[in-house]
Design a protein around this ligand. Structure first.
Ligand SMILES: Nc1ncnc2c1ncn2[C@@H]1O[C@H](COP(=O)(O)OP(=O)(O)OP(=O)(O)O)[C@@H](O)[C@H]1O
Length: 255
């Protein structure tokens, strides 16, 4: 399934937050959204997930969700959003409880996503026993359990330390390489954007409008540390972001 946004604009009260966003999230690709603080990235993601409606413009789902899809659009948040009193498998099971599945089918799905996220040995652990990286693996496993058409990730690695972020990025790359999924990935971190994005959408300062869309055609699995082309793209993104962040700062100072 593909997501298409056409002329999406939105305001909260008198504050314009998004302006005329037109973009496509192609099936089987990861689209990263970057932009300065407060430019409307999370708002855009909420609109893609149907949690809010834009004032103007349309968001269309084109094509069919994958076979076995229980929930076409599912989120992964920065703060993991796990229930502390439920075990790892209990948290994953939560995503399946509203669906009419046999006990055996539910157990098979949980076993599969635990294996894919290297969590099989932690099925009965509670969130408080897990590191931040492991908690986010659980949240990713829970999202994968519903076999979504599009996964919507809002700064999923921002709460983690630098080393853990690298490990989780590797995990996401290998998950995608084994079974390509469609995702929209909001991040402040340009290294994450160039490592994970097939398409990187740079938003301007608020009201967020598309400043540039950068395509990276290299294989996700082949992207590594010290890749000159990726570093070039990252520098280009940084220049765009820096200009926007400076302008946003100046606006706040003038207000
Ligand atoms: N429900 C809401 N009601 C009113 N204003 C809101 C609401 N949600 C977001 N905003 C405002 O809209 C603007 C965009 O917020 P949003 O969280 O989408 O930006 P962002 O780019 O994700 O920010 P950050 O990078 O800091 O997470 C901000 O000025 C924010 O205060």
């Amino acid at each position: 399934m593909e997501l298409r946004l056409d002329g999406v604009s939105h305001a909260y009260g008198g504050t314009q937050v998004l302006r005329d966003i037109t973009l496509t999230v192609p099936e089987g690709k990861i689209v990263c959204i970057v932009g300065p603080s407060g430019c409307g990235k999370s708002t855009l993601l909420r609109m893609m997930g149907g949690l809010e409606r834009p004032d103007e413009g349309t968001i269309t789902q084109l094509g069919e969700p994958p076979e076995g899809c229980l929930n076409p659009l599912t989120y992964v948040f920065q703060d993991f959003a796990l229930l502390p009193w439920r075990s790892v498998e209990g948290n994953i099971s939560l995503a399946l409880e509203d669906h009419d599945l046999s006990k055996a089918r539910r157990a098979a799905i949980i076993e599969d996503v635990l294996a894919r996220t290297s969590l099989s040995d932690f099925a009965r652990a509670l969130p408080r026993q897990l590191s931040g990286g492991m908690k986010q693996r659980v949240a990713i496993a829970r999202a994968l359990a519903v076999n979504p058409a599009v996964m919507l990730l809002d700064e999923p690695l921002s709460a983690l330390d630098a080393q853990t972020r690298v490990l989780l990025m590797d995990d996401l790359v290998s998950l995608w390489t084994r079974a390509p999924f469609t995702a929209v990935y909001v991040t402040h971190n340009l290294a994450e954007a160039v490592r994970l994005g097939h398409r990187i959408v740079v938003l301007s300062r608020r009201p967020g409008a598309i400043r540039e869309v950068v395509e990276i055609d290299s294989d996700l699995g082949a992207r590594g540390e010290g890749d000159a082309k990726l570093e070039q793209v990252q520098t280009h993104l940084w220049h765009l972001m820096r200009d926007e962040a400076r302008a946003a700062d100046a606006e706040l100072a003038d207000a």
